[in-house]
Design a protein around this ligand. Structure first.
Ligand code: FES
Length: 134
């Protein structure tokens, strides 16, 4: 039954879409690689603790390729153009509650890195203590 122009479709999650991105043993610690996939340009990083992170390769500020960025000791990639920092595990900027970088769920299987590209992971909730006063 329709309720007119203000009817909304129920929210639902898209089905996961796992895709094979790269060989795990070819990743070097803190060195990003770019994977182009349909309309997505992704960056894959392996952190010193062994965590593999998949994020959008394009910086949300002005589109620089983040796989070319340096990774600092906190696990943040530093954009090579204007040096914004993004936590590779969460996509959040450590010093901002607004801008963020889309991240993707990762699975490691048979020596391969897979990511669910059905949609970026939700942005983690903002720590209210980090919201600056107006
Ligand atoms: S393009 Fe990345 S910080 Fe400006």
């Amino acid at each position: 039954m329709s309720s007119g122009p203000f009817e909304f479709a129920p929210a639902h999650d898209p089905a996961p879409r796992w895709v094979d991105l790269y060989a795990l043993d070819e990743l070097q610690v803190n060195v990003g690689i770019q994977v182009r996939l349909e309309q997505l340009w992704l960056a894959v990083f392996k952190l010193p603790d062994g965590t593999v992170c998949v994020v959008d390769d394009q910086c949300p500020h002005a589109g620089a390729s983040l796989h070319r960025g340096h990774v600092d000791e906190d696990g943040c990639v530093i954009c090579p153009r204007h040096a914004w920092h993004f936590d590779l595990k969460t996509g959040r900027m450590p010093d901002s509650s607004i801008e963020h970088l889309p991240t993707y769920a990762v699975r490691l299987e048979n020596g391969r890195v897979l990511a669910d590209i059905s949609r970026p992971r939700p942005v983690p909730p903002v720590d209210p203590a980090r919201i600056s006063e107006p």
